[in-house]
Design a protein around this ligand. Structure first.
Ligand code: Z5A
Length: 210
């Protein structure tokens, strides 16, 4: 089973993914947790370029950005996700192809059909069985992200945390449109509630599918 978590910055994906992993392991499932970009040696190096990039004076062109995310995904799918699924493990992935459609498509304005086509190649056709989309207003997500940065010494904001509110609004709109188009796969969860309440809803969704 392949489960992905999606949503705007600070929506609470990582928190909920870890809680779901604990729940599934408690039920005896073998889980593998990965994140995008990253999860492999090459992927982590690409993550550093994409998110940290302290000397960002040149900027990263949107198409270059798209191909870097895709390169990281190829390594992750081939080396980690595909083998784990073949061994019968549950793979929990923090962001996947929907992020590319919403961030590079809706956010940066790249052609969405082209992105879908590149996504098919970079995933070798592997698609999530279920996607948990945690939705919250942009201000809520950004406030949480900023609070987290303030509380963790030495971790500077990344390139996306420097983006405008308008950019994040477009990304959110993209997610909501995707959820409308694919309600079977994408489960929309209200992320404005208490962490434990959201966790219970996600467990119910996944327990039904599993
Ligand atoms: N990206 C892309 O452009 N194209 C692609 O194809 C892919 C990705 C795959 C990865 O950043 C960036 O790459 C991402 C999109 C882009 N950037 N953005 N935006 P990342 O992995 O470093 O960051 P992130 O994915 O955005 O996650 P995040 O900032 O770590 O947020 P989160 O995982 O959604 O939230 P969290 O870490 O679980 O929670 C954030 C804080 O809020 C934390 O202190 C929690 O304790 C708190 N929290 C969580 N839930 C709640 C609730 N319910 N109430 C109150 N407080 C809460």
């Amino acid at each position: 089973m392949f489960i992905t978590f999606e949503g705007i910055e600070g929506c609470g994906k990582t928190t909920q993914l870890e809680m779901l992993r604990d729940h599934l392991e408690w039920k005896g499932k073998r889980c593998v947790v990965v994140r995008e970009p990253g999860g492999t040696e090459l992927g982590e190096r690409i993550r550093n370029i994409l998110l940290v990039m302290e000397d960002d004076t040149e900027g990263i062109e949107p198409w270059a950005e798209l191909f870097l995310y895709s390169a990281s995904r190829v390594q992750l799918v081939k080396n980690i996700i595909k083998p784990a699924l073949e061994e019968g493990k549950v793979v929990l992935c923090d962001r996947f192809t929907d992020s590319t459609i919403t961030y590079q498509g809706y956010g940066r304005g790249l052609d969405i059909d082209a992105i879908r086509c590149i996504n098919r190649y970079s995933t070798f056709g592997i698609r999530p069985d279920v996607t948990i989309l945690i939705d919250c207003p942009v201000e809520t997500g950004l406030k949480r992200a900023w609070r987290r940065i303030k509380n963790s010494e030495g971790s500077p904001e990344d390139r996306f945390e420097r983006e405008t509110v308008r950019f994040h609004e477009q990304v959110r709109r993209g997610y909501l449109e995707l959820a409308q188009k694919e309600p079977e796969r994408i489960k929309l969860v209200d992320g404005t509630r208490e962490i434990s309440v959201i966790h219970r809803e996600i467990c119910d969704i996944i327990d039904k599918v599993i």
